[in-house]
Design a protein around this ligand. Structure first.
Ligand SMILES: NC(=O)c1ccc[n+]([C@@H]2O[C@H](COP(=O)([O-])OP(=O)(O)OC[C@H]3O[C@@H](n4cnc5c(N)ncnc54)[C@H](OP(=O)(O)O)[C@@H]3O)[C@@H](O)[C@H]2O)c1
Length: 247
C-alpha cells in the first residue's frame, strides 16, 4: 500500500488510535494533519515523529464540536499541506454512567463530540473533496454502537449514529468518487479503556475469542487499507476490528 502524495486529516490524533493511524499512514507516505483538542504537547510529539520519517505534518488545535474551529482546521490543512484527500473521524469521548444517573451534560457532550463532531468535520472536508472529485472518509464507531452496553447509553447512541450517518453519505458521495467506510473497534488498549477496573477488563477479555485486547496498531492497519487505492471498490461498509467479539 502506498499513500505517497495523499494528505490525511485525523481528528483526535494526539493519542491512542488516532496517533497510531497518523504514524501508519505517514509510514506509507502520506502527509498528516494531526488534530487535537487540549493536548498540544502530545500532538506535537506525533508531528515530530512523522517529520523524523521525512514526511510533512502539522498539529492543529480544534474542538470538533465547534463549527468555526472545524472550518478553520480544514482550511489550514489544505493551505499548509496542499490538499485534503483522506479524513479519519476518530475523536471521541466517553462519560459512562447508568441512565438514571446520566445528566443532560453527560448526554450532550458525548453526542456532540462523537456524532455532531463527525457531521461538522465531514461537511467541511467534503466540500473540498466534492470539488476535487476524490476522497476517502473513514469513521470510527465502536462495538458498543452495535452490541450496546449497560452504562453507555450516550456512547452507544453516538456510535450507532455514526454508522447510519456514514451509510447515508456513502450513498450521497459515491457518484462523486468519495468512499465512506466505518471501522468498529472492540476493546483497544488506550487511555480511553485505561480507566476500567481490572475486574471489568477481565470480564471483557472473556468475550474476546482471540483472547487478547486490541492494540491501536490493529485499528490503524485497517484504516490505512481503507485509505489506500487497494480499497477503492469498498464503500458504505462496516468493518469490525475486535478479535471476534462481535460475529
Ligand atoms: N479504545 C477503545 O477500546 C475504543 C473502542 C471502540 C471505539 N473507540 C473509538 O476510537 C476513537 C479513539 O479512541 P481512543 O481510545 O484512541 O481515545 P483516547 O486515547 O482517549 O484519545 C481520544 C482523542 O480524541 C481527542 N478529542 C477528544 N475530544 C475532542 C474534541 N472535542 N475535539 C477534538 N479532539 C478531541 C483527544 O484529544 P486530546 O489529546 O487533545 O484530549 C485524543 O486525541 C474514539 O472515537 C473512540 O470512541 C475506542
Amino acid at each position: 500500500m502506498d499513500l505517497t502524495g495523499r494528505v490525511v486529516l485525523i481528528t483526535g490524533a494526539s493519542r491512542g488510535i488516532g496517533r497510531a493511524c497518523a504514524l501508519k499512514m505517514a509510514e506509507l507516505g502520506a502527509c498528516i494533519a494531526v488534530n487535537y483538542s487540549t493536548n498540544k504537547e502530545k500532538a506535537e510529539e506525533v508531528v515530530a515523529e512523522i517529520k523524523k520519517m521525512g514526511k510533512e505534518a502539522c498539529a492543529i488545535q480544534a474542538d470538533v464540536t465547534v463549527q468555526n474551529e472545524v472550518e478553520e482546521m480544514v482550511k489550514y490543512t489544505i493551505k499548509y499541506l496542499g490538499s485534503l484527500d483522506i479524513l479519519v473521524n476518530n475523536a471521541g469521548i466517553t462519560r459512562d454512567t447508568f441512565l438514571l444517573r446520566m445528566n443532560e451534560k453527560d448526554w450532550n457532550i458525548v453526542l456532540n463530540t462523537n456524532l455532531n463532531g463527525v457531521f461538522l468535520v465531514t461537511k467541511a472536508a467534503s466540500k473540498y473533496m466534492i470539488k476535487q472529485r476524490y476522497g476517502k472518509i473513514i469513521n470510527i464507531s465502536s462495538v458498543v454502537g452495535i452490541a450496546a452496553n449497560a452504562g453507555q447509553a450516550n456512547y452507544a447512541a453516538s456510535k450507532a449514529g455514526v454508522i447510519g450517518f456514514s451509510k447515508s453519505i456513502a450513498k450521497e458521495f459515491a457518484p462523486r468518487n468519495i468512499m465512506v467506510n466505518v471501522v468498529v473497534p472492540g476493546f483497544i488498549d488506550t487511555d480511553m479503556t485505561n480507566n476500567l477496573t481490572e475486574q471489568q477488563k477481565a470480564e471483557i477479555l472473556k468475550q474476546i475469542p482471540l483472547k487478547r485486547y486490541g492494540k491501536p496498531e490493529d485499528v490503524a492497519n485497517v484504516v490505512a487499507f481503507l485509505a489506500s487505492k487497494e480499497s477503492n471498490y469498498i464503500t458504505g461498509q462496516i468493518i469490525h476490528i475486535d478479535g471476534g467479539m462481535n460475529m
